[in-house]
Design a protein around this ligand. Structure first.
Ligand SMILES: Cc1cc2nc3c(=O)[nH]c(=O)nc-3n(C[C@H](O)[C@H](O)[C@H](O)COP(=O)(O)OP(=O)(O)OC[C@H]3O[C@@H](n4cnc5c(N)ncnc54)[C@H](O)[C@@H]3O)c2cc1C
Length: 364
């Protein structure tokens, strides 16, 4: 039996391991941490579960990503998928609230209600979003795609290319700026953020100036996250690596304490009076991430997507390294769980092709 050795038991490594085992390879995963999962992890403190990673998951209804979650048993009959009616609530420094609904039709209606003078622009934006939602990831790695596979995506991709060409960029903010909303309130619609996002920019958490504000995810809808009648809340903010790379010893400990204090103050702005009800606090930093997973610069999701790299991906193989394949979030800009799992599958598809075996995605 041929052997597949996988370095790293993150989502990509685990996916590769599952498909390799399914396809009859003697499979071994070497993981440097004491638990598998890599950046997709959670931990418990006094009965409260802190979910470090998952706040959205692409591929919960259909398509190639969904197939992977089913084939690897991430999603099965027992899994409950919660599609929130409201995707996020945005709050500015004056306490004004703005909602993003998960359903585009619902959101379009809401936007037109609050800014009828922008009806045309809103309809245009929502139409662009509907077109973008039709994009499906490729099921096969580039090396195994037929010309027909590439041709099939043209009707879906063409309108998207037109949008990108017209607006020049793919980032949410620049797209928004170019839409030219008349209504001041709509001009400030920010980003793709989860649940509650405070866009106040002029404050700090620890040493970090909040350039993009902070987001708060309240898991009160999920009884598995905390003891009865209680909840777990995760507050996230982005912090540049340069603030962390040389931080150690007492300075690091003090920074974590300061973050705890400032973060609780931030929570007070959303849930006044919450401080006295907080039972457990834990602070994870980019250095925590590096310590447990070795990820470069404490980054999440690999490369930051930009106009230049958006349509590019790295090859799964390196020249001259015959039996070596790469999988994981760093192969695509904007990584994340689905591409990580997908590249694990792709690698095994390539190995099967090389070994002249029929690739199996389910146990026969
Ligand atoms: C805070 C946060 C929130 C996120 N939220 C989301 C989200 O909501 N949705 C989403 O889709 N994605 C999210 N992501 C991104 C997602 O978690 C990652 O893209 C994905 O888990 C990466 O998987 P991976 O297998 O490519 O890499 P990793 O998770 O980094 O796995 C690599 C593994 O290899 C191991 N390893 C490294 N070097 C060695 C070595 N030399 N020897 C042995 N083992 C080694 C590491 O310990 C690790 O287990 C989030 C990430 C973070 C940090």
């Amino acid at each position: 039996m041929k052997k597949v050795v996988i370095i790293g038991g993150g989502v990509a490594g685990l996916s590769a391991g599952i498909y390799a085992a399914l396809n009859g390879f003697d499979t071994e995963i070497l993981e440097m941490h004491s638990v598998a999962g890599g950046q997709c992890t959670a931990w418990e403190r006094k009965g409260f579960r802190f979910d470090y990673c998952l706040h959205w998951l692409v591929g919960t209804s259909k398509g190639p990503f969904y197939d992977i979650w089913r084939e690897t048993n991430v999603i099965n009959e027992q899994t409950e998928i919660i599609d929130h009616d409201i995707h996020s609530k945005i709050i500015d420094k004056n306490g004004n609230e703005f909602f993003i609904y998960s359903n585009i039709d619902r959101w379009e209606k809401y936007l037109i209600e609050i800014a009828p003078e922008d009806s045309k622009t809103i309809q245009k934006m929502c139409s662009d979003m509907r077109k973008s939602a039709l994009i499906e990831p490729f099921a096969l790695p580039p090396e195994l795609r037929s010309p027909l596979d590439s041709l099939k995506v043209i009707p879906v991709m063409l309108p998207i290319f037109r949008i990108v060409r017209k607006f020049g960029r793919l980032t949410c903010k620049e797209y928004f700026d170019k839409l030219n909303f008349k209504n001041e309130r709509l001009k400030s619609v920010p980003s793709e953020a989860p649940i509650i996002v405070n866009i106040t920019k002029d404050s700090k958490i620890g040493r970090t100036s909040l350039e993009h504000g902070f987001s708060v995810m309240n898991y009160s809808y999920d009884p598995t996250m905390a003891p009865d009648g209680k909840t777990t809340i995760v507050l996230r903010f982005e912090s540049p690596w340069r603030l962390w790379e040389n931080l150690e010893g007492e300075d690091y400990k003090n920074e974590k304490k300061q973050i705890e204090k400032d973060a609780v103050d931030c929570l007070e702005t959303i849930y006044p009076g919450i401080t006295e009800h907080i039972g457990v606090v834990d602070v994870a930093t980019p250095l925590t991430d590096v310590r447990y997973t070795g990820v470069k610069d404490g980054a999440y999701e690999g490369f930051m997507p930009s106009k230049e790299n958006m349509m590019k991906s790295l090859d799964l193989q390196l020249p001259k390294l015959k039996h070596f394949y790469m999988a994981g979030q760093w192969l695509f800009p904007g990584g994340g769980l689905p591409p990580s799992a997908q590249t694990g599958k792709w690698v095994v598809q390539l190995i099967c092709k090389k070994e002249k075996r029929k690739f199996l995605s389910i146990k026969e």
